[in-house]
Design a protein around this ligand. Structure first.
Ligand code: IYR
Length: 225
């Protein structure tokens, strides 16, 4: 591996994979088609998944770019049924209040096609839960480390995570119980970490149906200049 010192810092030669135009086109098309098959799934099978797969998925999420390369994320991987039960009870309690009084009528009506409600059995049925925490700042011993663009960085890492889950052949739903401070308590996380997203991961229940909804067309999302 070719190495160089630039501005006083060690650099490695970037190992760029170059493809012919035809292959570029084919690769982008294949990736789009693969990703376009992804659906949010709320009904899970309780079948186990090799832990190794979950670890690879989390490693993939950790390849995301981040502000000043601070990698301001923590991924909690939960398979312990007692912890899953605690999370379900606490999440359902918050969700029940949200559906009963915190969410507007417009919001609830927008969710009707998705068929969601306060009950979250997937939090116990899915073999794994990943709870993503964002680190408002880092800690090295007693020293506070500044983090930058934390929401953007963690959001991008979650995108990578969701893509990796789908690519591996598993399913998830981006669950955001609100408020979700209960996750910090149950998982005993330090105060510089804040819960960001909760994703059950596993196989879909057999014969799962998903809402017949559609993605925006290219003309609706692309403006060329
Ligand atoms: N967090 C709630 C409600 C909810 C909100 C949105 I915006 C969704 O796209 C889906 C659900 C729940 O998980 O049910």
């Amino acid at each position: 591996m070719e190495k160089k010192i630039i501005n006083g810092f060690p650099h490695l030669k970037y190992d760029h994979q170059e493809y012919a135009e035809e292959e570029l086109i084919q690769r982008s098309d294949e990736f789009y088609r693969m990703m376009n098959r992804r659906r949010t799934i709320r009904e899970f099978d309780d079948r186990d998944v090799p832990r190794e797969v979950l670890e690879k998925i989390i490693l993939t999420a950790g390849t995301a770019p981040s502000g000043a390369h601070k990698q301001p994320w923590t991924f909690c991987l939960i398979s312990d049924p007692k912890i899953k039960e605690k999370i379900r009870i606490a999440a359902e309690e918050e969700e029940r209040i949200s559906y009963e009084s915190r969410m507007t009528e417009t919001w609830k009506s927008d969710l009707k096609p998705l068929g969601t409600d306060w009950e979250k059995p997937f939090l116990e049925i899915a073999p794994y839960l990943i709870v993503v925490f964002k680190q408002s700042y880092g800690m090295e011993g007693d020293e506070k480390i500044q983090h930058y663009y934390v929401n953007e960085s963690v959001g991008i890492a979650c995108g990578f995570l969701i893509a990796a889950i789908h690519q591996a052949g598993l399913v998830t739903v981006t669950h955001t119980p609100s408020p979700m401070n209960f996750l910090s308590d149950i998982l005993n996380r330090p105060k510089h970490e804040k819960p960001y997203l909760l994703l059950p991961v596993g196989y879909p229940k057999k014969e799962t149906f998903v809402p017949d909804i559609h993605r925006k067309k290219l003309e609706e999302i692309l403006i060329s200049y």
